[in-house]
Design a binder for this molecule. Structure first.
Ligand SMILES: [Fe+2]
Length: 191
């Protein structure tokens, strides 16, 4: 191949209200508003569809963007996909930073799930005012060691087994052993 993707340049979601979104991300996640552009016509398709496009600083050159589209029907989410699936995860430095973020969010009236232990990282989850699920996470100190246990061969085997059975292969159950201990005790054998 003569090219390789270098990084994610930005990700873009729809928002209900651009101003509310800018203010929410600053207040609750301390993310700066770095750029806006707006047109009445879409540059790529030329369609008339007035929009405000806002860009927020997600650290280290990462950019989170939103569109407000007042002429389109109200936004919704994919009704057939559980609302925990589609989400955006952003990294914080360590557990202290995560706990500080959790407290800050909860003090601001936001419902937070977690801390959830994923073995290689630890996460909290909440929703932004547009209904997008957000995750904040920090890497576990054993992360590199645990990831190195998941070899190329294991990854491929997992994918093949999943494709065949549509049931979770057991190779990486060690990652969630702690978090899912109780849940697994409730699942009948064979399920
Ligand atoms: Fe995630």
């Amino acid at each position: 191949m003569s090219f390789k993707i270098e990084k994610i340049h930005h990700v873009a979601y729809r928002c209900k209200d651009a101003k509310e979104t800018v203010e929410w991300y600053k207040k609750h996640l301390n993310m700066d508003f770095i750029l806006a552009f707006a047109e009445d016509h879409v540059p790529s398709t030329k369609a008339f569809d007035p929009y405000m496009h806002i860009f927020l600083d997600a650290g280290n050159g990462n950019v989170l963007a939103f569109f407000e589209l007042p002429n389109q029907p109200e936004m919704g989410s994919d009704p057939n996909t559980p609302d925990w699936v589609q989400h955006l995860a952003m990294k914080v430095k360590d557990r202290d930073a995560l706990m500080a973020a959790k407290k800050h969010l909860e003090d601001g009236g936001i419902d937070v799930i977690g801390v959830t232990n994923h073995g290689i990282f630890h996460s909290i989850y909440f929703f932004d005012p547009n209904g997008h699920r957000m995750e904040l996470t920090y890497d576990d100190i054993t992360s590199e060691e645990k990831v190195s246990m998941i070899t190329e061969e294991i990854k491929q085997e997992m994918l093949d087994e999943w494709t065949r059975t549509k049931r979770a292969p057991a190779h990486t159950h060690f990652l969630h052993a702690e978090e899912l201990k109780e849940a697994k005790e409730q699942v009948p054998v064979g399920e």
